[in-house]
Design a binder for this molecule. Structure first.
Ligand SMILES: Cc1cc2nc3c(=O)[nH]c(=O)nc-3n(C[C@H](O)[C@H](O)[C@H](O)COP(=O)(O)OP(=O)(O)OC[C@H]3O[C@@H](n4cnc5c(N)ncnc54)[C@H](O)[C@@H]3O)c2cc1C
Length: 414
């Protein structure tokens, strides 16, 4: 009898493991607690706006090679779109100054020598300290490795690292920040092109995987929450789903691709990150302004990024914990007044929705980063996946997909 690989969790880490293992001819079953796949990266119909929205705007950079490889496998690479060159329009809401950051292709960063490509108000030499992050020790915070001040910090380093790490950059892990800088900024413009799921996260990243698994007879069982692992000292013997229980054959394997708090509840004594940061998104039902760029960075404002979708304008605020108790309508009004001021859209508040993801990512501090476990566990037939496992990257789609692939490699080797 062929062995079965049970994957717990249908977020991107679980789906990428399932796709990889299905491709390798394994028998795969995915078990997902909720009634939908996608986890923290999902689309759904919002009844207030009467349209499909994403739980959060997701930005991928073209240097996220695991994301692009996953999409290529699924024939879905065209579902993330972006400009041919690395260009990031920005506006400073304090004085309405606008500029576009342009990163040249190739590894030699001559864009920092050109005043019309780099951040206004900065000099080429200001950028050099960024390289220190790439060799930073894992126990150091960004603020301990390099003290950025002035326009370079406010207009580039803070927006970039806040979006990538989802934590105020000075407190963030320098080694995670260094990984981002290494894989994107210093890899040249072709690694920095901003890509977005114009038709939604579900259509770009989730539905192609579900269609692939369905076509290859790898079932995804929704509403099938794992309640308990039954294990000896060295091996998981059964998966207990409450209403049913699956006894594992001697060659069967499980991959736990659930968030850290769920993994910690299932494996007593497992070390996981314990602190989280929120992300706040606002969605407005309105056509974007003529010539509004797909992504606009904002500084000196509550709003950090504005995304333009067909019939909808949406915004992102990272590390948004300070806004969790702000009344929803006050928040919508604040954000809309900023968006209207930046884009020229009418000041009247359009129909809106606020989505606050409290545990969007683990808190990317050096201390929390040190709590990320490797994929192997004390059980020889149980592996871990998830953006929060020890991938060397912040909690991003790229980290989730790499972790799923890594768990699949470990299974294949067994
Ligand atoms: C608002 C927001 C904005 C973001 N923006 C970006 C961005 O711009 N760029 C980027 O790269 N990343 C971004 N991220 C991060 C990205 O979404 C995550 O890194 C990625 O989706 C994590 O995937 P995962 O599979 O590791 O975890 P999850 O998506 O959390 O998947 C875990 C799955 O396990 C299921 N589960 C839990 N317990 C059980 C159980 N007991 N039994 C069965 N199933 C269970 C859950 O329901 C879930 O479906 C953002 C996240 C949020 C929330």
């Amino acid at each position: 009898m062929a062995r079965t690989i049970h994957i717990i969790g249908a977020g991107l880490s679980g789906l990428s493991a399932a796709v990889e293992l299905t491709l390798r001819g394994e028998t795969v079953v995915v078990h997902e607690a909720t009634t939908f796949a996608g986890g923290r990266c999902r689309s759904y119909h919002d009844s207030v706006l009467g349209m499909t929205i994403d739980n959060g705007n997701h930005l991928v950079l073209s240097g996220n090679h695991a994301v692009l490889a996953y999409l290529r496998l699924l024939g879905a690479e065209h579902r993330l779109i972006g400009p041919p060159r690395a260009e990031f329009p920005f506006i400073d809401l304090a004085n309405h100054e606008q500029w576009t950051l342009r990163i040249n292709d190739g590894r030699l960063p001559w864009w920092i020598l050109k005043s019309d490509m780099r951040v206004p108000g900065t000099r080429a030499l200001d950028y050099l300290p960024l390289s220190r992050l790439m060799w930073a020790g894992r126990d150091r915070a960004v603020g301990e490795v390099v003290r950025f001040t002035g326009p370079l910090y406010e207009r580039l380093v803070r927006p970039l690292l806040l979006a990538a790490l989802n934590i105020e950059p000075s407190a963030g892990s320098a080694s995670l920040a260094g990984a981002v800088v290494r894989e994107t900024l210093t890899a040249g413009g072709q690694a920095c092109r901003p890509l977005i799921a114009r038709e939604g996260l579900g259509s770009a990243l989730i539905e192609p995987a579900l269609a692939f698994l369905n076509a290859h007879n790898s079932p995804v069982r929704l509403g099938h929450q794992l309640h308990r692992l039954r294990a000896t000292d060295t091996r998981v013997e059964a998966l207990d789903f409450g209403s049913d229980r699956l006894d594992l054959g001697s060659d069967d394997i499980a991959i736990l691709a659930v968030p850290p708090y769920a993994a910690a509840a299932l494996i007593p004594g497992l070390k996981t990150p314990t602190e989280y940061r929120a992300i706040v998104n606002a969605h407005f039902r309105i056509e974007p302004a003529p010539y509004q760029p797909p992504i606009l960075g904002m500084v000196n404002s509550t709003t950090e990024w504005v995304f333009a979708f067909p019939g909808r304008v949406a915004t992102t605020i990272s590390a948004g914990d300070r806004l969790l108790d702000t009344p929803r309508d006050a928040l919508a009004r604040t954000i809309w007044s900023e968006v209207a001021s930046a884009t020229g859209l009418p000041p009247e508040l359009p129909p809106w929705q606020i989505v606050r993801e409290r545990r969007a990512t683990f808190a990317a501090t050096p201390e929390q980063d040190a709590l990320r476990p490797d994929p192997s566990t004390r059980y020889r037939n149980l592996f871990l996946a998830g953006d929060w496992t020890n991938t060397g990257l912040p909690a991003t789609i790229e980290s989730a997909i790499r972790s799923g692939r890594r768990a699949a490699d470990l299974v294949a080797r067994q």
